[in-house]
Design a binder for this molecule. Structure first.
Ligand SMILES: C[S@@+](CC[C@H](N)C(=O)[O-])C[C@H]1O[C@@H](n2cnc3c(N)ncnc32)[C@H](O)[C@@H]1O
Length: 354
């Protein structure tokens, strides 16, 4: 994975420039996508001159030149005999859903805040969040109050990955005969709704901030499962508050990555205390050491600085080996691990250590 040293010095120097100009190319690629250049060229395979592109899209010739020349340099556009056409990279930038949600998330949520990454890494506070959106300790209490584009891109990013994993997970979990499930970080209720819809004997209790609980309850009502989805507003970082107990399972999806190791261990201990005798803790995470392709690992590893600068200053995307260690320290052991769910999520089923 990421074997980058097996290239010529010249290639390496070019790769280094791609990193040095990364933010520039990111912005031009985004505008080539959002201002219709990629789409125009996708619909016209023979391509157009920059003059025609500028005329057809109502851009100044200068704007079209700036964007198309950058598009050519990044490999998203081909330039032959003064005619631009779309390449495979341009095709993915335009059409690939994962690329789109990653780009929107990085622009609308992260871009400005990442300028403060150094301070965030030094202070372990989300300095980027403080400089852009809010003075709160973490992004989570204000998720539902983010500016509209940031809010939309945050939720689209979160849901894109978990929704894909939920398809198979609903199958797996609906066969477990769970009556009472506790869901810390249940967010807008996507999982609780998906599961209760196919499991008529299951009830789910969400623990989250009030803003998310309100949306989750509204969504559950709209989906006809409101009677079996409830929520408790709580600051999950206050480890002096025990979880409610008597549950067959505690479900945490894309949730533990929002916390530093010591908080994960404390949350897992509180989860353990919430279980019935034969209960299990279910951890769903995209671990970067469990990806079948380096594309997944690349996306996950580079999501971590969002957690530093914007989310909380302390968490990251973890490796499965790290999570196993945390579970162990909390008095749990991983009984089963199911990999390859959705775009590369893992389900870790944990039982209380005997
Ligand atoms: C990344 S989202 C996970 C969403 C969902 N479980 C999924 O799989 O898509 C994390 C959730 O944890 C909640 N959360 C994070 N820190 C929290 C805290 N300290 N107290 C309460 N909820 C918290 C957030 O509000 C958010 O809904």
């Amino acid at each position: 994975m990421f074997e980058s040293d097996d290239i010529s010095g010249e290639k390496a120097l070019l790769e280094a420039q791609k990193i040095a100009f990364g933010p520039v190319v990111f912005q031009t690629a985004r505008l080539l996508r959002d201002w219709g250049v990629f789409e125009l060229l996708q619909n016209n395979r023979k391509g157009f001159s920059v003059e025609t592109i500028s005329n057809k899209l109502g851009l100044t010739l200068y704007a079209a030149q700036i964007l198309c020349e950058s598009g050519f340099s990044m490999g998203a556009l081909k330039l032959e005999n003064d005619i631009y056409t779309l390449t495979k990279i341009g095709y993915f930038l335009l059409n690939d859903e994962m690329t789109r949600v990653n780009m929107d998330f990085n622009h609308d949520v992260n871009y400005q805040g990442l300028f403060f990454l150094d301070e965030a890494l030094k202070t372990q506070k989300p300095s980027g969040l403080h400089e852009t959106f809010s003075k709160e300790e973490t992004i989570y209490p204000i998720l539902s109050e983010l500016p509209p584009k940031a809010k939309q891109s945050w939720f689209a990013f979160d849901h894109f990955y978990s929704d894909a994993a939920f398809v198979k997970l609903v199958d797996i979990m609906s066969q477990k005969g769970i009556k009472k499930l506790l869901e810390p970080g249940g967010n807008t209720g996507k999982w609780s709704i998906a599961l209760t819809k196919v499991s008529p004997d299951t009830t789910v209790t969400i623990l989250d901030h009030q803003g998310q609980i309100d949306v989750a309850i509204q969504n559950a009502d709209a989906n006809g499962v409101g009677e079996r989805v409830d929520g408790i507003a709580i600051d999950l970082l206050d480890h002096s508050i025990p979880f409610p107990n008597g549950f067959d399972g505690v479900w945490m999806s894309q949730f533990l990555d929002c916390f530093a190791p010591q908080d994960i261990i404390a949350l897992l201990k509180r989860s353990k205390e919430a279980l019935n005798k034969d209960g299990r803790v279910y951890i769903v995470e995209p671990f970067w050491d469990r990806q079948s392709h380096e594309i997944g690992s690349y996306c996950l590893i580079n999501t971590s600085p969002y957690f530093t600068a914007l989310a909380n200053g302390t968490s990251k995307m973890y490796r499965a080996s790290e999570m196993k260690k945390f579970a162990n320290e909390a008095g749990l052991e991983v009984e089963e691990e199911i990999n390859g769910l959705g775009f590369g999520h893992t389900l870790m089923i944990c039982k209380v250590k005997g």
